[in-house]
Design a protein around this ligand. Sequence first.
Ligand code: PLP
Length: 507
Amino acid sequence: MTAHPADPLLSSTTVPELMAAVSAATATGAARLAEATDSHSTATYDDLRRSIESVSLDHPLGDFEAALDEVDNLWLSHAVWFHLPRTAAHLNCPVAVPAVAAEALAATVNTSVDTWDQSTAATLIERQLLAWTGRQIGFPEGADGMFTPGGTTSTLQALLLARDEALERSAGSPGAEPRPVRAARLRILASAESHFSVVTAARILGLDDDAVVIVPVDEDGRMRPRDLRAALCEIERQDLTPMAVVATAGTTDRGAIDPLSSVAFACQEHGVWLHVDAAYGGGLLTSHRHRHRLIGIEMADSVTVDFHKTWFQPVSCSAVIVRDPRTLRHCTHHAAYLNPADTPEPNQIDRSLQTTRRFDALKVWLTLRSVGADRIGDMLDTVVDLAAEVADLIGEDPRFELICTPSISTVLFRWSPPDGGEADRWTRAIRRRIWDSGQSTVAETEIDGRPCLKFTLLNPAATAEDLRVLLDQIHEAGLTVSGAGAPADVNGAAADSSVITSAGVIA
Ligand SMILES: *Cc1c(COP(=O)(O)O)cnc(C)c1O
């Protein structure tokens, strides 16, 4: 039989190839995942760069098995594993099995959820899931939204709607100035601990360089409503226009949840759009024990929810949910070849900043239908408990200083040098040493201008004992990098920091 040019493509005749390729890929990935005991390999940036640059994309291997083997060596054997209990740096979660299967399924069909005639039932599944999420938030019936690749894009879309609502309102006022003049007056208020994507969004939206007004936070990292009110009044006094307030439900570092009700009332008084960035805390919508901490979120105009953080979904999967579905018209563009204005069925592209768009809703749907929202909430409750337990461990351990009581599932702390010396200078080197060991990960960040270490716990299978082991590793790393562990070897510290410098980590 001669090869047909379309042989690599999925069709009724290549179903056996699909089955073989997907099972081989799944088996390879699963085997690596099952045997992994360390968070990642110890290969360096230079090692990996050399091995990947040695591959010539101009000379195909011509065989899937060989290409898969190559990827196994190039990538899988060095991947960072988020299902391991001591991978504790960032907001990456272990993923739900049905969601992983959904990824393969969505790719098999290759649905694009832009127009009805590219998606049909997928559009309805996505719309029902968005409506369901709106109900979890407490929005009135009819709330709508859109899936996006991540919280960054969800917040961008929300702020675009807020901008255009504000511009539309000011255009209607008597003697309205030209659009650029009105746009330059728009201000977004966000707490000092809000995500940097708010500033990114302001830039993309063409707002003024000073468009984002920072509202101070209290000692727990939560926006101060009194300062918010003062800032709103000051903005109006300067004849500027408050376009949106961004409250954060779960800041990236402290997991702080801004006082949503007080913030919402301030927004109502000033007629300002309230966006709640619940990229991290949104999973609490499914929690029986912690749902009450999001009270007030139902007063928002828009909400960011990252399913790929606290809903145990694979990257990428996020949504922006809006109270008033009519506001999504600011994203609508009718192209004659795609979505003429008068079709009877919904075209999701009318509500999206993207055109071709993945059917990410499928993984959430399959997870909710097989595992259920309650189990998601229970798993999240488990990591909230774990964070509290680990914080207690740290609080009682003289080797460490606990920085604050966890709010959701992050734990912030410092290593305390046994000689009572200054802790801050070792933070980066400790994180680096833990990373270089390949066994575990811990994050570094800054709180109140001082460096510290951070666990972000999202793995309900992790135990306090796992984290105790990591704390021992961190202590050992601290002794090594500070030279405290080997008093005779004063150069140890210097040698370590020179390694860090050569890796380009410290500028
Ligand atoms: C992670 C995060 C974001 C960004 O979301 P992505 O999905 O990474 O784009 C925004 N806000 C907060 C509070 C986050 O934690």
